[in-house]
Design a protein around this ligand. Structure first.
Ligand SMILES: [Zn+2]
Length: 152
């Protein structure tokens, strides 16, 4: 395994960019959830800034392909709050590995309307064909409802 070490805020992580990239390239969106909330999330990916796209690309993640996109509800501006994660082939060398109860107190990575953290203690919803070792890029974001179907 050829690993690349990258530092983000409090984390130093080692990534297998080749294997991660291969997974996201080969994975078929048709295999992901097709509910309205997930579809809306994917449509919003077309509106991401180049900085945000660049961030995802550093991991070789295609942001339209889940992990998990969870619709949390509407915020005061009528935007939809999502939380979720993407899987990455790699390990956390230094930094928090569990984020669930500490989300708001962590030194989160902030880009546009996204907040990110890494975790490896609660890996979930892993596709059968995803290579190991696995860490999760966790996110929280509020984005518009852009699709024709009504928000439920
Ligand atoms: Zn869905």
């Amino acid at each position: 395994m050829k690993l690349k070490e990258i530092q983000f805020n409090d984390w130093i992580i080692e990534l297998d960019l080749h294997k991660t990239g291969q997974y996201y390239t080969e994975h078929d969106i048709k295999d992901d959830c097709s509910c309205n909330a997930c579809n809306n999330y994917r449509v919003n990916c077309e509106y991401m800034s180049s900085e945000l796209m660049h961030f995802f690309h550093r991991f070789r993640i295609d942001p339209r392909k889940e992990g998990e996109f969870m619709n949390i509800g509407l915020n005061d501006n009528g935007e939809v709050h999502y939380m979720g994660f993407y899987h990455i082939v790699g390990v956390i060398k230094i930094g928090p590995t569990k984020i669930t109860d500490k989300w708001n107190h962590m030194n989160l990575i902030k880009i546009d309307n996204y907040e990110f953290a890494f975790g490896s203690d609660n890996i979930a919803c892993v596709p059968e064909d995803f290579p190991i070792p696995i860490l999760q890029l966790e996110f929280s974001s509020s984005i518009p409802w852009r699709i024709e179907e009504k928000y439920e």
